[in-house]
Ligand binder design. Structure first.
Ligand SMILES: [Zn+2]
Length: 437
């Protein structure tokens, strides 16, 4: 059932982008309210950036490490300038114009990251091209409001997602920081992917995608999860020279490759060519996991799709061979994830939102904890590890000096009760406040 719509929409021939003309609320910016002051000062200090002080009750500055109590985060412009112990005031820190934000009774942590979403897709879309742009706008906002300040969009139709990324970057649409693969590369129209048939075709397709704006490449290295050929013993989709062509072009442009893979052997096959992440990885064996650990390849299991598969089963909507296929997947996938975790394979969270609902990306973290992964580690996978997979650890993933001020506050501690991850009451991205309750 995974990515079922990705296939069902393969007939779509054109994407209309109608993002213009949408009335979108401007982000709440505490800096903006200082405009008058800024104007008055502009003659002396043109480069002065607004300063915000966040007084924080509990701070998980670096997920994976212990949280601290009673801290003050200094945000200057879009970055974190400093983190101080104790509740500091503008006077204490000699920033008389700084704006104070009281989060003394909140749990504060870095903005969450979802490394496997499809923002321009929803399960119930009407498969019209213009709909994709509209749902993209809606889903981008939903995702941000759920505390997700960064996503990797790992499969879309046409170039809508690149245009959405641009509008979000420009601050015209509220949404997370987007890294986007655009259309998935497969063996051709039959599997719903862009054509990669023979090395020359694969090279051309990969180059064209990167030129169109892809900052990631996603390949279908096995059948879609909604097809029986994605079973445990399913065959890898590409020939060696094809996948080599894709990964070589990507490497040439400094773009990473994510490989969709379900069967036991397809992961092992693509790992030979230097992919950066294995998506789903349902039936991977220890040999593949060992190779991933050795190469530092990330595993993005998208365990949230179990929500959908379990519901389909409960509703009696799958039967026959497909039911047996889904049961095998549901039985094996959790074990694969736990084995990977215990072996020390790097794991990042990715919900497959688009297949499952947008704005409930946190289900991936909750599912990890339900499997037995400690909450502290699950939160690290949704922040620190996400930044690492994106190659942006220098600016994302933790709340430390010099990083982007991507900060969320929760009404409860998720380390003691993981469901508190749903209680998002404050969202800041790049120093701008988008949500405050
Ligand atoms: Zn997907």
């Amino acid at each position: 059932m995974i990515c079922i719509w990705e296939r069902s929409m393969r007939h779509l021939s054109a994407i209309l982008v109608i993002l213009m003309g949408l009335v979108l609320s401007a982000p709440l910016s505490y800096g903006a309210s200082d405009d008058t002051k800024k104007e008055q000062k502009s003659e002396q200090a043109d480069d002065s950036k607004p300063i915000l002080l966040l007084q924080v009750g509990e701070l998980l500055a670096v997920p994976g490490q212990a949280p601290l109590t009673q801290q003050t985060i200094v945000v200057e412009g879009d970055k974190i300038k400093a983190v101080h112990a104790g509740y500091q005031t503008p006077e204490d820190l000699d920033f008389p114009d700084a704006r104070l934000i009281d989060l003394k009774d909140k749990f504060v942590m870095p903005g969450l990251m979802d490394l496997h979403v499809h923002l321009t897709m929803t399960k119930d879309h009407d498969s019209k091209a213009d709909d994709m742009a509209l749902v993209g706008v809606v889903n981008a906002r939903k995702t941000l409001m759920a505390g997700y300040t960064t996503v990797r969009d790992i499969g879309a139709w046409g170039n809508t997602i690149f245009k959405l990324r641009k509008k979000v970057q420009a601050g015209e649409i509220d949404g997370p920081r987007i890294f986007a693969a655009g259309q998935i590369i497969g063996v051709g129209s039959k599997d719903g992917g862009l054509e990669c048939n023979g090395p020359e075709s694969c090279r051309r397709t990969t180059r064209d995608l990167i030129k169109a704006g892809a900052d990631w490449i996603k390949i279908y290295s096995s059948c879609s999860g909604s097809q029986l050929c994605s079973n445990e013993n399913g065959a890898p989709v590409f020939f060696a020279d094809e996948i080599e062509a894709v990964t070589q072009v990507a490497a040439k442009y400094g773009v990473k490759v994510a490989a969709h893979s379900h069967p036991r052997n397809s992961a092992l096959f693509v790992l030979k060519y230097g992919v950066s992440s294995i998506e789903h990885g349902s039936f991977m064996d220890d040999k593949a996991l060992r190779a991933m650990k050795k190469q530092g390849t990330y595993f993005v299991p998208t365990v949230s799709v179990h929500d959908m598969l379990e519901k389909l089963k409960a509703d009696g909507k799958v039967e026959g061979k497909m039911l047996a296929h889904n049961d095998a997947f549901l039985a094996q996938h959790p074990d694969t994830i736990l084995r990977a975790y215990k072996m020390g394979v790097q794991i990042a969270t990715g919900s497959d939102a688009g297949v499952v609902p947008h704005g409930k990306n946190y289900r991936e973290i909750e599912r990890f904890v339900a499997l037995g992964i400690p909450a502290a580690q699950a939160l690290k996978m949704a922040t620190v590890n996400g930044a690492d997979l994106l190659g942006r650890s220098d600016e994302l993933g933790t709340l430390e000096q010099g990083k982007y001020a991507d900060i969320i506050a929760l009404d409860g501690n998720p380390l003691t009760q993981i469901e508190n991850i749903e209680k998002v009451v404050f969202v800041m991205k790049s120093g701008k406040v988008f949500r405050r309750e």
